[in-house]
Design a protein around this ligand. Structure first.
Ligand code: FPP
Ligand code: MG
Length: 327
């Protein structure tokens, strides 16, 4: 069989695996209380690209030594990471006062912040409950580390709001914690559940972490340059909430004091159009995109950890989509 044909088989296997993940997710997230169940069904609408379960399953089949199998543990772990992700989105929309996500109304917009906070808690609680069913406490420990890092990333971000001195390393560290640690853990856990040795699971973590940082940089670029209809969620929230992102940081890093005045004024006035135009014209938006692309290349350089060549091929094409996307 050619490499392309076996990659098609991997894609079919992945589609089947993701179907199982959806069923596991829905089976976990139910309640005998109609009011709660209705909220769970609403939260499920947030399921979009399924990037995290996809990476977990792909790393799982890619790291296996022989037969490419998606085990029940892979399925439950993949549903768990998606549920963790969803919990963070529900809470994030409260913090960002966002009204639109995945082209629909956010929970906070529809039901208010109190319901959204507790629904986020319900999701995170269910995620750890579901993960326990795998019967491997070390997985719960690992995911606990991940959610700790995630909260730290958010708390540091909150502490640096409206701080125009935020530098590049701190921005990257915030992004790494709030987004990339979970993406890295998805790749690591997928490989680990296939019995891969530590050097392989560590390389898988690094692949996911690099892709995760690139993903968040692109997310921030869309918040600055995209429109709500195409992106499918509230945009301009970073400026509104005083979060400095990479193009602004790069601009402030390299431009003269005189050139900085206009950008600082756009930030002060929350003038998204002016900020976008200045950052685009100066090349700062392109530089941020280039930086994200370089991270994708760093991830690609580690793909040798994926033992199955046909899975490596699928990973390779997925890597580009992390940055080449409009939503
Ligand atoms: C997206 O940021 C936000 C995150 C990736 C993390 C949010 C995490 C929390 C709010 C902490 C809650 C933690 C738990 C464990 C429930 P963004 O606003 O840049 O992305 P967006 O454009 O998708 O809104
Ligand atoms: Mg947000």
């Amino acid at each position: 069989m050619t490499l392309a044909a076996s990659s098609t088989l991997v894609a079919e296997q992945l589609a089947d695996g993701l179907g199982r993940v959806e069923r596991a997710f829905e089976a976990q997230l139910t309640s005998s209380f109609p009011a709660v169940d209705e909220l769970c069904r609403h939260a499920e609408r947030y399921r979009g690209k399924m990037l995290r379960p996809t990476l977990l399953l792909l790393a799982g089949i890619g790291a296996s030594e022989d037969a490419l199998v998606i085990t029940e543990s892979h399925v439950i772990a993949a549903a768990t990471v998606e549920m963790i992700h969803m919990a963070t989105l529900v809470h994030d929309d409260v913090l960002d006062e966002a009204s639109v996500r995945r082209r629909g109304a956010t929970v906070n917009f529809l039901r208010g912040n109190e319901t959204a906070v507790i629904l986020g808690d319900y999701l995170i609680s269910n995620a750890f409950h579901l993960c326990s069913k795998i019967g491997d406490p070390s997985l719960n420990v690992r995911l606990g580390e991940v959610t700790n890092a995630l909260c730290e990333g958010e708390l540091v971000q909150l502490s640096r709001r409206h701080d125009l001195a935020l530098d590049r390393p701190t921005y990257i560290e915030i992004v790494r914690r709030k987004t990339a640690v979970l993406v890295g853990a998805c790749c690591e856990i997928g490989a680990r559940l296939s019995g891969a040795p530590t050097p392989v699971t560590q390389a898988c973590y690094r692949i996911g972490e690099r892709l995760g940082i690139a993903f968040q940089i692109q997310d921030d670029l869309l918040d600055l340059t995209g429109d709500e209809e195409t992106v499918g969620k509230s945009i301009g929230r970073d400026l509104e909430k005083g979060k400095l992102t990479l193009p602004t940081i790069l601009y402030l890093e390299r431009e003269s004091a005189q050139a900085r005045v206009a950008v600082l004024r756009a930030i002060e006035l929350r003038d998204g159009d002016a900020l976008k135009s200045l950052l685009m014209k100066s090349g700062a938006v392109d530089s941020a995109r280039e930086f994200a692309r370089s991270l994708v290349e760093e991830a690609r350089a580690e793909l040798t950890a994926i033992r199955q060549p046909q899975v490596r091929l699928v990973f390779d094409s997925l890597a580009d989509k992390v940055v080449d996307r409009a939503n």
